[in-house]
Design a protein around this ligand. Structure first.
Ligand code: DLZ
Length: 151
């Protein structure tokens, strides 16, 4: 975890089954987020990891809901970059609201790794790539595992 006030999590995720659901827009950033999540899950000892790709962030909630039926925790990853129309707001709101509903309705924790950025550089800074300041894929995975271990 990174950023002011972020907790340090000491995780033992052995025995957990985790599904990573990942959008496909903005390939370079998404590859960094997925790699970060998978790396964090391995470091937490999670051995049963499945990664599922969907087209865009709007499709993350339905994929997360399906995954929640089979997993102890779900990690949702996506990148939405602001364009010239209100589309950005609709996709961000729908994905955020949908992922929240999945967690509440199923009781399965959903790690929130959806980047909502003004431009590609903001996303690259958070993608866990060489030169990135932050690794939001790893953070979402750690949060999902920590919550699954707590519940
Ligand atoms: C259509 C669209 C646009 C313009 N931008 C993004 C984006 O920045 N990130 C993302 O994950 N998805 C984007 N999409 C696709 C939508 O999420 C969705 O896949 C389509 O509207 C089809 O349902």
């Amino acid at each position: 975890m990174s950023g002011a006030g972020a907790p340090t999590l000491d995780l033992d995720g052995r025995g957990l089954k985790v599904v990573v659901v990942a959008a496909s827009w903005h390939t370079t950033v998404m590859d960094g987020l997925v790699a970060g999540a998978e790396r964090a899950l391995a470091e937490a000892g999670v051995q049963d990891v499945t990664t599922v790709r969907v087209p865009g962030s709007f499709e993350l909630p339905v994929a997360a809901q399906r995954a929640a039926g089979t997993a102890d925790a779900v990690v949702a990853l996506g990148v939405v970059i602001r364009g010239g129309t209100p589309h950005f707001d609709y996709v961000c709101q729908a994905a955020t609201w949908g992922l929240t509903q999945v967690g509440l309705n199923t009781g399965i924790p959903v790690g929130f790794g959806l980047l909502t950025c003004d431009d590609e550089q903001q996303a690259l800074d958070r993608a866990g790539l060489p030169g990135s300041r932050e690794d939001k894929g790893a953070e979402a995975a750690q949060a999902a595992v920590a919550t699954a271990l707590t519940l």
